[in-house]
Design a protein around this ligand. Structure first.
Ligand SMILES: C[S@@+](CC[C@H](N)C(=O)[O-])C[C@H]1O[C@@H](n2cnc3c(N)ncnc32)[C@H](O)[C@@H]1O
Length: 253
């Protein structure tokens, strides 16, 4: 099962570094200049309209991985739930909530590793956050509603993304903000071809993911903003994945 990648030690260390540790000493200058660092922080700061967040707001970070955006949401919302399918990621997130930091090793070259520590910024109130394992395609029925829902780099890792999107109207309060971010990297290992939302030709024309998302969400949401969000995931000292995700920000009607 492809999603088991997110249970591996490799994924855990890459994501701890991606969320908490991709600091200047670990990234060569050429990648720093692109503005691709601090992706989970930018998912919150650059996409959310803070003026629309009510007092005592509730937020959901769906596919939260190791939780950095979940913690960042807690700066703006009183209660935040981070949900991920990976037990390994949720265990690390809960450790970060309890202790504020977690040691890990990142790969330099081959078997050579560097000891590192992921830390939640000390000014974040970690008691506002809870983490749980869950499937974005089969969420528990008593979960919503929320003022903010963030789905970063999740839809193209789901077996049935349409099922997840169809639940969203029930998860958001009227006026609530949905931030949907993805590089639309469709892969049959995660999403059977017949469930892709875009990236193929139909009736002689290209089908693009954003257009399909618009068709699904338009009855219940207004599109408020579109934005490119570059990000870098470090595999080892000399190998980085560079992507440009598209963020679409939606307001629940
Ligand atoms: C590409 S990572 C992105 C994680 C994080 N939001 C980020 O931007 O760094 C995809 C995440 O989705 C999670 N995931 C995959 N399938 C899922 C599902 N059915 N329900 C919830 N989370 C899922 C994975 O465990 C992984 O943490």
């Amino acid at each position: 099962m492809a999603s088991s990648f997110y249970e591996t030690d490799k994924a855990l260390s890459e994501y701890l570094l991606f969320h908490y540790g991709l600091t200047k000493e670990l990234v060569p200058p050429i990648l720093r200049e692109i503005g691709a660092l601090d992706f989970p922080v930018r998912c919150v700061n650059e996409c959310l309209d803070q003026s629309r967040i009510p007092p005592n707001a509730r937020a959901l970070d769906l596919g939260c991985a190791v939780g950095r955006a979940t913690f960042e949401l807690a700066r703006l919302c009183k209660n935040v739930i981070g949900i991920d399918f990976s037990q390994s990621f949720i265990t690390a997130s809960e450790y970060l909530k309890a202790h504020g930091s977690i040691p890990f090793e990142c790969v330099e070259e081959g078997e050579l590793t560097l000891k590192y520590r992921a830390s939640v910024p000390p000014d974040i109130d970690r008691t506002r956050v809870i983490f749980e394992t869950g499937d974005a395609q089969a969420l528990r029925s008593d979960l919503g509603p929320f003022d903010v829902v963030l789905m970063a780099n999740l839809i193209d890792r789901l077996r049935d993304p349409r099922k997840c999107l169809n639940r969203l109207p029930h998860l958001l309060k009227c006026g609530g903000q949905l931030i949907l971010i993805s590089p639309y990297t469709w892969m049959v290992e995660y999403t059977p071809y017949e469930n892709w939302l875009g990236g193929f030709t139909r009736a002689g024309g290209p089908v693009r993911t954003l257009e399909t998302i618009k068709e699904i969400l338009a009855p219940d949401f207004d599109l408020a903003n579109l934005k490119d969000l570059p990000f870098v995931i470090r595999e080892h000292a000399r190998k980085f994945q560079f992507s440009i995700a598209q963020a679409s920000v939606w307001l629940r009607k």
